[in-house]
Design a protein around this ligand. Structure first.
Ligand code: PGA
Length: 246
């Protein structure tokens, strides 16, 4: 089955570097068997959207507002994201939860707003090292899922994706290392069961956190791992091409 691979460029590239990477990726990834999504920053989004037109690559955004319009200084509406051809929206990334204090209520509202415009939310969940050390990973994930998906209804034509990213495994964290793929697959199984109870349907679950060309194949081989959310390695053209071709 097709896997979903999302490049989360975060705020790592300036405008011209974003366009230049997108221009190189578009022809390089045209024959891939997986669905590849590029999520640039907001300002690069319209130009990257043009570059990806008529290619097999999809466009993602790194966030979207909790409402469709209103007095929300600095926010970007799902309406405008849709206008520029965005298909997937990353919501609740741990960096936003930590640095911008995004809480579950906001994340829940963002998911609803994105769904109402036909965008596919990519809800990020993941335990921090404290929860892992205390053996509370599953409880923690269950709580994050319950709050983020509270009252969320998905029509059969709509999609929702969950990205499991253990916070301690994200490459920007000190000493970060990817979770071994078999352990990740077991947690994915747990997340799928929980999400099914909450949403009444099966969702795709991606793994994220220190994915590289060296370990991506192991994750992609696991049947419960439906794809990858990739930060650093997605900025390295040759490495990202290798991952996408696995
Ligand atoms: P990383 O980031 O691949 O650099 O660990 C993943 C993410 O934060 O989405």
């Amino acid at each position: 089955m097709k896997k979903l691979i999302i490049a989360n460029w975060k705020m790592q590239l300036n405008y011209s570097a974003s366009l230049s990477l997108a221009k190189k990726l578009a022809p390089a990834l045209k024959a891939g068997k997986n669905e590849i999504v590029i999520a640039p920053d907001y300002l690069a989004l319209p130009a990257v959207s043009q570059i990806l037109k008529n290619t097999k690559l999809s466009l993602g955004a790194q966030d979207s507002a909790a409402a469709l319009a209103g007095a929300l200084t600095g926010e970007v509406s799902p309406v405008n994201l849709k206008t520029f051809g965005v298909k997937y929206v990353i919501i609740g990334h741990s960096e936003r939860r930590e640095h911008l204090h995004e809480n579950s209520a906001v994340i829940n509202a963002k998911i609803r707003a994105a769904l109402s415009r036909g965008l596919i939310p990519v809800l990020c969940v993941g335990e921090k090292s404290t929860e892992k050390e205390n053996g509370e990973t599953k409880n923690y994930l269950a709580t994050e899922l319950r709050h983020a998906l509270k009252g969320v209804k998905i029509a059969s034509s709509q999609g929702l994706v969950i990205a499991y990213e253990p916070v301690w495994a994200i490459s920007s964290q000190k000493g970060a290392q990817a979770l071994p793929s078999a352990e990740a697959a077991a947690i994915h199984q747990f997340i799928k069961e929980r999400a099914k109870k909450l949403l009444g349907r099966t969702v795709r679950v991606l793994y994220g956190g220190s994915v590289s060309a060296a370990n991506a194949g192991e994750f992609l081989q696991e049947k419960n791992i439906d794809g990858l959310l990739i930060g650093s390695a997605s900025l390295r053209l040759a490495e990202f091409k290798t991952i996408c071709s696995l």
